[in-house]
Design a protein around this ligand. Sequence first.
Ligand code: NAP
Length: 335
Amino acid sequence: MQMRSLGASRIEASVVGLGTWAIGGWMWGGTDDAESMVAIQTAIESGITLIDTAPAYGFGHAEEIVGRALAGRRDRVVLATKCGLVWHCRKGKLFFNSEEGSITQGEGKYQVHRYLGRDAIRYEVEQSLRRLKVDYIDLYQTHWQDVTTPIDETMDELLRLKQAGKIRAIGVSNATPAEMDQYRAVGQLDADQEKYSLLDRQPEAEQLPYVRKAGLAFLAYSPLAQGLLTGAIGPDRVFDKDDLRFTRSRFNVDNRRRVAQLLAAFRPVAEKHRISLGQLAIAWAFHQPGCTHALIGARNPKQAEENARAGAVVLDAADLAAMSRALTAWEGLQE
Ligand SMILES: NC(=O)c1ccc[n+]([C@@H]2O[C@H](COP(=O)([O-])OP(=O)(O)OC[C@H]3O[C@@H](n4cnc5c(N)ncnc54)[C@H](OP(=O)(O)O)[C@@H]3O)[C@@H](O)[C@H]2O)c1
């Protein structure tokens, strides 16, 4: 497993991290807690030290499962969680309404607001520490940005938490370079977490050049494009209606056929390294300039173990050039 630091924090974490959104069940068609616990423990046994979670993943459920799985293992992991998507108050801006299973069109059980005011951060960190059953968080990230609270206030509160030893490093997610500038004007920012995969390359325009220059870690989320890049989502795969992939156009059968063509062009590189297509997609992400870590969701021990092994893969310039040529020649998705 290759290791890299989280910005200037001096915290070293595995290049492959375990993401726990699906483990929360919500928006992923439910989950099997016993299987999730073993997945987390297998990830750690397989060399993963970075675990990313958030209160919003199953409205506390993912954090609780992570907390249970980490009993006796806390010292072996770099634990990352988030703040800023709140349902205990209605301050900030409404982001979405939700039931346990899915996002609703009308009012649901949870009204989730983007809010990063001082009061909410103080409340949220205590909730996360309780659910995770830990006394500190290694990386605390603002999940989505809140236009109603000055970033100075948010960052000042995060720095207080750091001073108090409740968190060790500060990160952002879904943030622009201008927002990161504002955080960094107040104190030390160590990481940026953005959606990034072979199918989602938007951060190459702004965030990746920014983090390289500023010396931040970059944590790629959804690097398997939510399973599409593993080759395991064929034309016959049927998603539960509470699984976000049920309605997303990129998962329609025509797009699955398109992705299969791209994956066929990558196959010689995967075969050369004796790795799966999913492992290749993960390794591709952390070989891109600026991208330091890849967070991969795993729902069972088999996936966790396979994904962890991608952390040892070293691609060379010829491999990356071959993948680049395949991408250029590819017809793309119809979204
Ligand atoms: N900051 C943010 O706003 C944000 C947003 C999204 C995600 N994230 C973080 O990033 C993490 C990863 O993103 P993600 O979960 O959206 O997507 P992902 O890692 O691209 O895909 C995860 C899904 O792919 C499938 N999969 C994983 N490993 C596999 C394997 N070895 N073989 C076959 N299928 C496999 C599993 O679903 P099936 O088995 O059901 O197919 C799994 O749930 C999240 O868990 C979360 O921690 C953050």
